[in-house]
Design a protein around this ligand. Structure first.
Ligand code: CA
Length: 219
């Protein structure tokens, strides 16, 4: 039996989802905010239904943090927003699919089944010693919290989600800033040096390294 984590702050909708999924043969666990979602997203969960508009955090940041913390299973976003850029930034945040509200439960379960079939067995994605908390925009290094700005948070989440592989500078700008924002090379470099400084001050062995002309990676 597959276990689905439902993250939704609207009580009525959450209850409908939980009851519907159980009727369809899924086991369920539920969270009403991003902090709860991060606590529950682990080995016992096979897929996540994640509301984008949560009270304590943006669902896309929650998804990025899950990915950076090593959660590899499918994530489907629920969003009331219809703009294409929102959908695209959902995918760049590590989501696998999205549904716009209102939707039919039958469509959600069909998509969940398809995603679970595609996902199959997957290896863990180690994130090293860093843990992200999108509700507070902090990264924890060996039990010590470091406060980040939302942009620093998104940059670090993108670097952590690639598990040590290089992320292009364009990819980092896409992850860190809203679609269409004008971000100079200089600005990106300033943010990356602030991240390096914060990681160093927190005693992290990992830092943001530069592959000249290619991009950056966490190592
Ligand atoms: Ca909501």
């Amino acid at each position: 039996m597959h276990t689905i984590l439902v993250v939704e702050d609207d009580h009525a909708l959450r209850d409908v989802l939980l009851r519907g999924l159980r009727d369809e043969g899924f086991a369920t666990v539920a969270a009403q905010d991003g902090a709860g979602a991060l606590r529950l997203a682990g080995d016992t969960v096979d897929a996540v239904v994640l509301d984008v508009g949560l009270p304590d955090a943006d669902g896309r940041d929650v998804c990025q943090a899950m990915r950076a913390n090593g959660f590899v299973d499918p994530v489907i976003f629920l969003t009331a927003r219809h703009r294409l850029t929102d959908r695209l930034s959902g995918f760049s945040a590590g989501g696998d699919d999205y549904l716009t509200k209102p939707f039919h439960l039958a469509e959600l379960t069909a998509r969940l089944r398809a995603m679970l079939k595609r996902a199959g067995p997957a290896g863990p994605a180690p994130a090293g010693e860093l843990t992200l908390d999108p509700a507070r925009y902090t990264v924890t290094v060996r039990g010590r919290d470091i406060a980040l700005t939302p942009t620093e948070f998104r940059l670090l989440a993108a670097l952590m989600a690639s598990c040590g592989d290089i992320v292009s500078r364009r990819g980092l700008i896409r992850a860190g800033w809203p679609e269409g924002a004008h971000v100079s090379e200089n600005t990106l470099d300033q943010y990356l040096s602030r991240l390096r400084r914060k990681l160093r001050q927190a005693g992290s062995d990992l830092t943001v390294r530069t592959a000249r002309g290619v991009g950056h990676r966490l190592a």
